[in-house]
Every structure is written in structure tokens, then in C-alpha cells.
Ligand binder design. Structure first.
Ligand code: PBG
Length: 343
């Protein structure tokens, strides 16, 4: 004990830098170890599949700026819904392609109980009753001008009159059998108004997935091609959020929660991972993120050119969204990923 170390080795020990105690590479040595310490698991349960429905029968039309995504007529959409449900996808989010002849200034077609969305919801609920059906509450596919709200004579978007129409729309979707209504319009106060109307009519179990922090993003371009819903004048910056703002996202989220949202969403996802992370920390509610059309298109385009390993990039991208804090991801990759995860 008291002996001093006089071994030769001790005496000649060079003053090497100490070996690192922590060697993170130890836990990366093989596949099994990597899987044991993996922090984020992407599963098919995380995925919500956005789908485009159009009028007619036997129609399946590819969207040019979204290769691999289609507008389906109802008969073919039902087949696709059954197929994705069998792959383990729990929910679909529906977006209708409305012919120009049914559009008007105020989007009255949006609450037509015999409208495309409504008949689609009823048919899905009959064919695949267990799948969660999410309907979009916003006027842009239904208005001739392509905006999400009613306009005054000067083209200014009117908040409160728009909310009245959104309430009608949400109620009509609940009546058709939607499980979750998803206001994506960004009018102030719409979540509270919709919650109250649903409750007053007895739809207490219909939930609200609020597009709480939805940015005025150029990443929506291909979606607007898909629905032919691009605004005919101006932009959406007076209602959708400024991409520069994160604190404001927390304010929007807090408002939507106070008004009765069940799930809050950040949209788009990739340029807003910091916002997803902050929203995750700010609420215990489920957080959704929308991996939007432009994000899909960029990966598809680079994949088609052979510039990236598309499958790996898809998985890495969706994992990053989950890691940032999203519980649920709306993504056009849902079916592809479900197929990959099953392998
Ligand atoms: C409509 C709506 C949009 C998207 C979802 N709902 C477009 C927009 O706000 O202009 C975009 C989805 C996507 O790009 O994938 N309010």
C-alpha cells in the first residue's frame, strides 16, 4: 500500500495523453448494438397518408410534380385505402379535386352534404370502417379565387365570416363520418368555433387536428398543382405564418389548444424542425408534422436523377421529423415507407 510504484514499467511510462474513457464508437460496432441504442424509431403507426380524390370512375391520374402520387376516383381510392390500411397505416387525410364548375366565390360546395369529400368519407367508413378519416377544413379547393377565406371587394380576406363557413364545412364532414376534422386555413378563432359547433350538435367524439403553426410556404407548390388550387391573385401571407417566426408558432399552438385542439400540427416539416422541437416541449398533446408536397417532390426529383439514394433519404428524413418531436407525420411517402418497414 504504502510502497511507491518503482516498477520499471511505471518508471518508463511515457506521458501519453490518457486513453479516452468514452468511446462512442463502441456502441456502433454492429447492427445489433446500433439497434439496441437507437433513440428514435420510425414505425408505420406514425404515418398519416394524404390522398387526393377526384370525380368520376376508374380514374387514376399521376400528379406531374409529385411522381408516385395520384388523384383517384372514389372506386379506385377505396381500393387504395383498403390496401394502405392492410399495410398498417392508421389514417388517411383527404383532399378533393373540385372541378371549376363547382367552385364559387364563397366555396359553398365545401359544405354540400353530397359533395366529393362527404361521399368519399361515407364510402371509406363503409368499406374500411376502422381507418381514421381526416378531412381538411379550408376553402381553397372550393373557391374560384383559390384563397382559404371569403374576400371583401378589395380582395381582403375576411376572418370571422370565413370562420362561419368553416364551421358549416366541419359540421358537414362530421355528419358524413369524419373522425378528425383538420382546419388548415389559419383563420383566427376557428378551432374554438368548430369545437363549439361540434359539441352543440352532439359530435363530441369528433376530434380536431389543428394546423396550428402553418407557414406561408413555397413548399406547397406541387399540392396546389394537384388540386389546381393556387391563389389566382396575391399570396397567403395575411393568414399563413411568416417563415421567420418561431415564438409566434408557440402562440398559435397555445391558442389552438385553449380553443380545444386535440392534436397540433406544424407545417411544413423540414424547414421547421426547430419549431416542431419547441412545440413538442410546449405541450403534452400529440404533435403532428406535415412533410409537404414540395419536400416530397425534391426527394423524388433527386431520386429520379440518380443523385441520391432515395429510399435511404426518405427514411432519414422522416426519422429526423420524428426525432425533432413529431408523434405523427403526414407524408406522401407513407405507403412506400410502410412497404419498406414491412421488409
Ligand atoms: C389547403 C392546404 C394546403 C396544403 C394542405 N392544405 C395548401 C395551401 O395552404 O396552400 C399543402 C399540403 C402540401 O403542400 O403537401 N389549405
Amino acid at each position: 500500500m504504502s510502497e511507491t510504484n518503482t516498477t520499471e514499467i511505471g518508471e518508463i511510462a511515457p506521458q501519453n495523453p490518457p486513453l479516452p474513457l468514452q468511446r462512442p464508437r463502441r456502441l456502433r460496432g454492429n447492427r445489433a448494438l446500433r439497434r439496441m441504442v437507437r433513440e428514435t424509431l420510425l414505425t408505420v403507426d406514425d404515418l398519416i397518408y394524404p390522398m387526393f380524390v377526384m370525380e368520376g370512375t376508374a380514374k387514376k391520374v399521376e400528379i406531374p410534380s409529385m411522381p408516385g402520387c395520384y388523384r383517384y376516383s372514389l372506386d379506385l381510392l377505396l381500393k387504395e385505402v383498403a390496401e394502405v390500411f392492410a399495410l398498417g397505416i392508421n389514417a388517411v387525410a383527404l383532399f378533393p379535386v373540385i372541378p371549376e364548375s363547382r367552385k364559387d366565390d364563397t366555396g359553398t360546395e365545401s359544405y354540400n352534404p353530397e359533395g366529393l369529400v362527404h361521399s368519399t368519407v361515407r364510402a371509406i367508413k363503409k368499406a374500411v370502417p376502422e381507418i381514421v378519416v381526416i378531412t381538411d377544413v379550408a376553402l381553397d379547393p372550393f373557391t374560384t379565387h383559390g384563397h382559404d377565406g371569403l374576400l371583401d371587394a378589395n380582395g381582403v380576406i375576411l376572418n370571422d365570416p370565413t370562420v362561419e363557413v368553416l364551421v358549416k364545412m366541419a359540421l358537414s364532414q362530421a355528419e358524413a363520418g369524419a373522425d378528425l376534422v383538420a382546419p388548415s386555413d389559419m383563420m383566427d378563432g376557428r378551432v374554438g368555433a368548430i369545437r363549439k359547433a361540434l359539441d352543440d350538435r352532439g359530435y363530441i367524439d369528433v376530434g380536431i387536428l389543428a394546423y396550428a403553426a402553418k407557414y406561408a410556404s413555397a413548399y406547397y407548390g406541387p399540392f396546389r398543382d394537384a388540386l389546381d388550387s393556387a391563389p389566382k391573385f396575391g399570396d397567403k401571407k395575411t393568414y399563413q405564418m411568416d417563415p421567420a417566426n418561431a415564438r409566434e408558432a408557440l402562440k398559435e399552438v397555445a391558442l389552438d389548444i385553449a380553443e380545444g385542439a386535440d392534436i397540433v400540427m406544424v407545417k411544413p416539416a423540414l424547414a421547421y424542425l426547430d419549431v416542431i422541437c419547441q412545440v413538442r416541449q410546449a405541450t403534452g398533446l400529440p404533435v403532428a408534422a406535415y412533410n409537404v408536397s414540395g419536400e416530397y417532390a425534391m426527394i423524388k426529383a433527386a431520386g429520379q436523377l440518380g443523385w441520391i439514394d432515395e429510399k435511404q433519404v426518405i427514411l432519414e428524413t422522416l426519422t429526423s421529423i420524428k426525432r425533432a418531436g413529431a408523434d405523427l407525420i403526414l407524408t406522401y411517402f407513407a405507403k412506400e415507407v410502410a412497404l419498406m418497414l414491412h421488409k
